[in-house]
Write a protein that binds this ligand. Structure first.
Ligand code: SF4
Ligand code: SF4
Length: 75
């Protein structure tokens, strides 16, 4: 299995509204048999749109992406 960084899906909480699919800018998530599935994990930009749009808090990013630390100038 590939180790892609993708949102966590809580299937029990999901109401299957499809909003995460509608708003995913890369089409990484699709409805499969009526439920959202990250079908193209390599295309997930980890942007958080799905988390923002989900009315049930059923899809969420577990990790915070930060830019690399700015190197300190040398003395
Ligand atoms: S984090 Fe962004 S790219 Fe990844 S599934 Fe959610 S909306 Fe799509
Ligand atoms: S937006 Fe949330 S509740 Fe709606 S299908 Fe996606 S994960 Fe499920």
């Amino acid at each position: 299995m590939d180790d892609w960084l993708v949102p966590d899906l809580n299937r029990a909480a999901c109401t299957r509204c499809g909003l995460c699919v509608d708003y995913c800018p890369t089409k990484a998530v699709e409805m499969v048999d009526g439920a959202p599935v990250i079908v193209r994990p390599g295309d997930c930009a980890y942007c958080g749109q799905c988390e923002e749009m989900c009315p049930a808090n059923a899809i969420a990013l577990s990790y915070e992406i930060r830019p690399p630390a700015t190197p300190r100038p040398k003395d």
